[in-house]
Design a protein around this ligand. Structure first.
Ligand SMILES: *Cc1c(COP(=O)(O)O)cnc(C)c1O
Length: 401
């Protein structure tokens, strides 16, 4: 282990709260889908800062926008009209059916805004005493108290959790139907569960959920924080299933690494908020939204959504072929676009060993749900990096037993 890494580890133990168990790497710099540590070792980044750096590291165009905007205006607060915020809102709303945006700084905050909006819409617009939000088992919606309550994991020691959340079992429409009561305000789902191990809802299930929501007068909230922004091969993952969610939440890739979150709602549902209903100091400031606008311009200009669809399709075919060449190595290959999951036919300990060996060989990705290698590379990644990864994985899996 390098001296720099050792020194950073020691300082961190003294200085930071013990919340993160880190990978054994300290990154010095990055370019495109490559990262370098302090010893000069090069890595292929198949993680992209957890589905955040969709346009790659060290993007010159975005660096230019940042520098220029930083000199002109970084932040004035939401007490003022802001042209950058409106330009971004116009472009982002242009990607789907939603009519109004609210900007914040993270995924959890976007979901908080969605939960608040769903409750307030039900009460103020529909006159219904409905507050409960139903999410699905194995979901991930964030780490604030309310989103933690929706997620239902990582809750130990944080009780009492906010009330008004319940979970329904995955894949069971009857159970969801039974979970909905007169007090249910909304159903909150990821079109593709990301942290949970890369599980797409599938068309029938997704459309069944939407139909149930409509029948029962319950709002549908799609959490697109990970699967959105082109990653799935459609701009929004729910568009694979032709859904029209009442509320959409986004964050991770919105500003290619600057903190920016968004909640998008239909005009009807957005009437739930009034002046003063909700606010945040930093949300949608000039710097982050100027960058967000350019991110959307680049995605359109370079056809990155279609690119994610094509590269992802071919990557999954390669992973499946690998599984056939090495029976008993891969349980399942899942995902849409460049949100890819390879479920290893292994114990969590074995899967961890494969993950660590990949890291050693210079491939950064993560392991979720015990045995799932999850790849969320920049949408700009060279296909050769994905084929190189497949070859390396094959080599490891061949020699692993
Ligand atoms: C990452 C993530 C969140 C939380 O986002 P933060 O910015 O970490 O608060 C919520 N939902 C999904 C699906 C995510 O992937």
């Amino acid at each position: 282990m390098s001296a720099t890494l050792d020194a950073l580890k020691e300082r961190e133990a003294k200085l930071l709260c013990r919340t993160y168990s880190r990978y054994p790497i300290a990154v010095k710099c990055g370019k495109g889908s490559r990262l370098w540590d302090f010893d000069g070792k090069e890595y292929v980044d198949l993680l992209a800062g957890i589905a955040v750096v969709g346009l790659g590291h060290g993007n010159e165009e975005l660096a230019g926008v940042m520098a220029e905007q930083a000199r002109r205006l970084v932040h004035v607060s939401n007490l003022f009209y802001q042209q950058e915020q409106l330009d971004f809102a116009e472009k982002l709303l242009g990607t789907c059916h939603a009519g109004k945006a609210f900007f914040c700084n993270s995924g959890a905050e976007a979901n908080e805004a969605a939960i608040k909006m769903a409750r307030r819409y039900q009460r103020k617009v529909r006159g219904r005493d409905a507050w409960e939000v139903i999410s699905l088992d194995n979901c991930f919606h964030g780490r604030t108290l309310a989103t933690l309550s929706a997620t239902g994991k990582h809750t130990e020691g944080f009780e009492p959790l906010p009330e008004g959340f319940r979970r329904a079992p995955w894949g069971d429409l009857d159970a969801l139907d039974a979970a909905i009561t007169p007090h249910t305000a909304a159903v909150l789902v990821e079109a593709i569960q990301g942290e949970g191990g890369v599980f797409p809802l599938g068309r029938d299930y997704a459309r069944g959920i939407e139909a149930l929501c409509r029948q029962r007068g319950v709002l549908l909230i799609c959490d697109e924080i990970q699967a959105g922004m082109g990653r799935s091969g459609k701009f929004w993952a729910f568009q694979h299933y032709d859904l029209t969610p009442d509320i959409v939440t986004s964050a991770k890739a919105l500003a290619n690494g600057l903190p920016l979150g968004a909640m998008l709602a239909s005009d009807e549902v957005a009437a739930g908020f009034d002046y003063g209903s909700h606010a945040t100091t930093f949300g949608g400031g000039a710097l982050v939204t100027a960058v967000g606008s350019r991110v959307l311009d680049i995605m359109r200009r370079d056809g990155l959504v279609q690119r994610a669809a094509e590269l992802g399709e071919r990557a999954r075919a390669r992973f499946r072929a690998l599984g056939e060449r090495l029976p008993g190595s891969i349980r399942e290959v899942r995902g849409l676009g460049l949100l890819l999951g390879i479920d290893l036919d292994a114990t969590p300990e074995q899967a961890r060993a494969v993950w660590a060996a990949l890291l050693e060989r210079g491939y950064i990705l993560n392991l979720t749900h015990g045995t799932v290698l999850r790849l969320v590379p920049p949408l700009t990644i060279d296909e050769a990096d994905l084929t190189g990864f497949t070859d390396t994985l094959e080599d490891l899996l061949r020699h692993w037993r």
